[in-house]
Design a protein around this ligand. Structure first.
Ligand SMILES: [Ca+2]
Ligand SMILES: [Ca+2]
Length: 105
């Protein structure tokens, strides 16, 4: 870690799902300053929008619901923005389609 950038690593065997990051500051001059939380998803299968381990119609629906929405728009689902470019569009849809039917049961 250096400067203002900090990083962490998930264990290599972290299961798919939704995780919450909490940044508590227990000591030092900035104690208690950071109160923000952030949520991210870990998926084992590209195109698995809802992080349930498989790519199926539910993932397709989530992309469709957010289609053409940008980060900041009402209804934008960051999980449906599979390529993390700030918009849910055909490129995200292709990622679901490419892996449709894969994953566990
Ligand atoms: Ca899924
Ligand atoms: Ca996108």
């Amino acid at each position: 870690m250096s400067g203002r950038d900090y990083s962490f690593n998930l264990p290599h065997d972290a299961p798919p799902g939704e995780y919450t990051v909490e940044l508590p500051l227990d000591t030092g001059p900035h104690q208690g300053v950071i109160t923000a939380y952030n949520t991210f998803r870990v998926t084992g299968v590209p195109g698995d929008v809802n992080a349930d381990g498989r790519v199926d119609p539910a993932d397709l629906t989530l992309v469709a619901v957010s289609f053409n929405r940008r980060a900041g728009d009402q209804g934008f689902d960051p999980g449906a923005d599979l390529n993390n470019d700030g918009i849910v569009d055909v490129f995200d849809l292709v990622r679901v389609g490419r892996n449709f039917g894969t994953g566990g049961n």
